[in-house]
Design a protein around this ligand. Sequence first.
Ligand code: ZN
Length: 337
Amino acid sequence: MPTPDVAQARGCVLCGGPLGEAVFQNVRDRLGISDRLWTFRRCRECGSAVLDPMPSQEELLTAYPDSYSFGQAPRTHPMHHLLHMLEAHLFYAPLYRHSVRQVQRVTGLRRGRLLDVGGGTGYRTVFFQRAGFDCVVLEPDERALRVAQEQFGLKTVSGLLETAELPAGTFDVLTFFAVIEHMPAPLETLKIALRLLRPGGWIVAMVPILAGWQAKLGLRWHQVREAPRHVFLPTVEGMSRLLTAAGFEFRTWEGGNPLDEAGILALSLLPASASAIACAEKRWTLRFGYRLVGAGMTLAALPAAYLAYRLGRSSIGVFFAQKSAQSEGNGSIQRTR
Ligand SMILES: [Zn+2]
């Protein structure tokens, strides 16, 4: 079967299929940065929802707030520090430890060179580093990279996969946590990712899943209102086709952590509890109040999120694929026996 050059095609950026009916219409950016109304259309082949039209390069570059990663929020009030500490320990640390265990369990790797693509401030990356991986954070946001260097002592590379000069065939794992759904030409980007891996190396991609239980929230679903930063919301079929078209051998996928799911549900029901919005509030009482209610909602949603996870209806998926162990060329290192 010929591989569709989806970057050139109008249509589904995951599989190259034609786009059909609108799944989500009149979508407003939850952060209010983009003032346009966006439409996601369903791919007739893989069922994924794709923005139509795609945002322009200019719209994508200007669609991000000053602090998009956890850890970049301002900490000018003692309350910020307390909130930040509580969130880091009670929410993010368990999530990130789970990520490390999941990657170790599925790939069987305990150490190796890991490139965290779009790794932001390195909050998640540092858990991989502590577990024994030799990590590099790749990220276009210079301020986020400073946090990764100064706070966590991580190695960093500034830029995108398309522009960064990284040695081919040298990484054991490339991770994309909540990154691929931001890419307007994911096939081209993943082909570059393939070149950077050693033969047998792994790609790990965490993305929102359209067929999950939370997609039923429609326009209230947080992942939808991340348009135009989210340019598509994939199905499992869409992700598997994308990874295969990029040259990977698709291995498996698992649901995301129920705590993450519950947090997304809280953001869907109370968008103001998101750090990017709450931290912009002038009064710290409001800022604190929103976040506290958000945390309470996250805890309340945990049982439902856990049930969805057990039933295989997760709305976050973690995908695992491998570069063929036989692949050579592209500057790959020849392994000696
Ligand atoms: Zn498709």
